[in-house]
Design a protein around this ligand. Sequence first.
Ligand SMILES: [Fe+2]
Ligand SMILES: [Fe+2]
Length: 334
Amino acid sequence: MNFDIYDEQKLARQLQIQKKKAWDIETDINWSQGIDLSKSFLPLNNVNTLFKNATPEQLRVISQLMGLIVASTISQLENVAYRLKVPVWENFLRKHPVNPELLELGEQFFEEEKKHSRAFNKYIDLFASEVNIDPVDLKRFLPKAHNTAIEKIYTLNSKVGGMAMWWLISAVEEESILFYHLLNEVKENVDPLYYNLHRCHFEEEVRHKSYAHMMLEVYNEFVNTPSSYVFKKVDFILAEVLNMTWTFSQLLKVKELKKYKNHHEFFNTLSSCMDLLEGKSQLDILSALFHSTPYISHTIHLSEHGHIRELLKRYNTSKLPLPNSRIGEILCTV
Ligand SMILES: [Fe+2]
Ligand SMILES: [Fe+2]
């Protein structure tokens, strides 16, 4: 792992680079280009296990829906991280001060996450206006974390001294980097605004992802209370279980979008896609998503990421005994 919490010069240099290269949500993203609804958002692979005989239009709409789910997941989870800034970071580093550089880097880290959350949220708002629906209505059916059990449990965990949130942040960052790589392979077929948003996100994630690793390192070195031994063992499992139950419950909500089929062709086609799922149980759908859609299986299965596995080994942390998912051939729908 490429970090050293005591190398003050390196930390200061990293902050300088992050500040210098930071993008601006209004001026560096061309929102005025709008969303090209004739393009896909996210690639789908092995999708025919779920949607047999789907037309190219249906596959494109499914890809757009998956893209919205991902945008909402990033926006929501990064916003939860920002809202927990005081217990998971400020109070913690005040109690275990390392150096001012690590503190300043943290300020920058949280500002970047807040901005990312706003940027993905703005994309969803724009999409809602393109498909003739109130953004509030659309967001009701997309992943939401604010005021839900997931946010409450992370808040509780951080208040009693756990670090589950930093495990989640690490995994979401790995996930965001994976999304960009997947999109980059098929970028000619992807909505340009969706692609650029992920590209901007990817750039800052790569620059700041070591921060979550450093916070886990501080925890490991400085916190040695009896309860911390338990947290060190189970925090990752807590993050995995919470993430899995949250993702499953959030994915099942999208079926309700059917009722907007008279609003726009997007919803009409989406409604016809839902008909293709007729006769399949929720378990069939979730199992197919888990095994055949890399970004969903990785979202659910946090320890699939290489860097997460390294961290688990480094801190001798337990994980759930889950089967490996497969990253198969990636197909784009248009
Ligand atoms: Fe981010
Ligand atoms: Fe991040």
